[in-house]
Design a protein around this ligand. Structure first.
Ligand SMILES: [Mn+2]
Length: 324
């Protein structure tokens, strides 16, 4: 069950030391939400620790305050409140560090994934919010917090990235109103465009080329899938962040209803990204393999090997497509 945002604002106001975290392999929304809330709470005089298990990808380092995001090993303060952002369950924040920390502490869970497990002491999950950053915007207005340029830019980045620049189905009139208000509060649109879209590394383009080379089809062209094996990642010395966005290529083709990217990691596990148009719910497929996400964008991880992961996920995708 959801608590209301005013209750959550109340609990935040009472806390002195607050730890804010988000999911592993951080994306624009998780980083933007952590920074938006973290910087705003710092301005209230709170002791804030912004913690992420994985490094902030290069492309987001332009956001002011990103240098304050620390790893779990660097945590020095004992928080009296822990806030999870953009995490469907506790383990999304990582392994080995978070479980002992949440024990006996108040946990606030703010998220927009349909698959959210309501694991917090207080929960606010809005699956209709395009981004967690959208919810943070509303929370900050509950807190009567005026938006600085830094906070507005962080939240705007989260919304831009989770809506595919306001293209995806999740973009609502409310999303655009919030974006408008963020622009009014000093977001520098051309700086954000350059950092997010005109700042790609050659490694990213090499991986796109490889993914297009590996493109396959099923269900008479309604499913398009591709893969990046670890050999290819190694060949270009690419990190997982260099494969960001590639999952959108298969779904960009005409007549394709579901697009998938399979990426083999160093330890042999396979990360699967799924995208769909309005007609199919890829969250259902991701859930079958212990993952989750949204109707039109979801993900999961399989043990591997790569060929076996492809066989299993494409098999389930075919049967779900037949059902719907
Ligand atoms: Mn998100």
């Amino acid at each position: 069950m959801n608590n209301n945002l005013s209750k959550i604002a109340e609990v935040i106001k009472q806390a002195r030391s607050i730890l804010i975290t988000a999911h592993v392999f951080p994306d624009g929304d998780s980083i933007g939400s952590v920074l938006g809330l973290g910087l705003a709470l710092e301005s209230f005089g709170k002791k804030v620790s912004m913690v992420m298990q994985d490094k902030v990808p290069q492309m987001y380092l332009f956001l002011k305050g990103s240098e304050k995001i620390i790893t779990p090993q660097e945590i020095s303060a004992q928080p009296d409140l822990i806030v999870f952002l953009d995490c469907g369950d506790i383990s999304r924040a990582g392994e080995d560090w978070i479980d002992s920390l949440v024990r006996d502490r108040t946990v606030i869970n703010i998220d927009h994934h349909v698959s959210n497990e309501y694991f917090g002491t207080l929960n606010y999950v809005d699956a209709h919010a395009a981004a967690t950053a959208e919810i943070i915007y509303s929370l900050l207005s509950e807190l009567d917090c005026s938006l600085t340029k830094e906070v507005a830019s962080a939240l705007y980045t989260g919304i831009v990235m989770d809506t595919g620049s306001f293209q995806y189905q999740n973009t609502t009139p409310g999303t655009l109103k919030i974006a408008a208000s963020l622009l009014e509060n000093g977001v520098d649109l051309s700086a954000i465009r350059e950092y997010l879209y005109q700042n790609k590394s050659i490694k990213n383009l090499r991986l796109i080329a490889a993914a297009i080379e590996n493109l396959n089809f099923a269900a008479g062209g309604k499913i398009a899938w591709t893969y990046l094996d670890y050999k290819t990642m190694e060949k270009y010395q690419a990190l997982s962040e260099h494969s960001e966005g590639i999952v959108n290529y298969p779904i960009s083709l005409e007549n394709v209803e579901i697009g998938l990217l399979f990426r083999e990691t160093e330890n042999g596990t396979v990360k699967v990204g799924l995208r769909s148009r309005a007609r199919f719910d890829v969250n259902r497929i991701a859930l079958l393999f212990g993952g989750g996400g949204h109707q039109q964008a979801a993900g999961c991880t399989l043990a591997g090997p790569l060929e076996e992961a492809i066989k299993q996920v494409i098999g389930k995708t075919l049967s779900i497509m037949e059902e719907e």
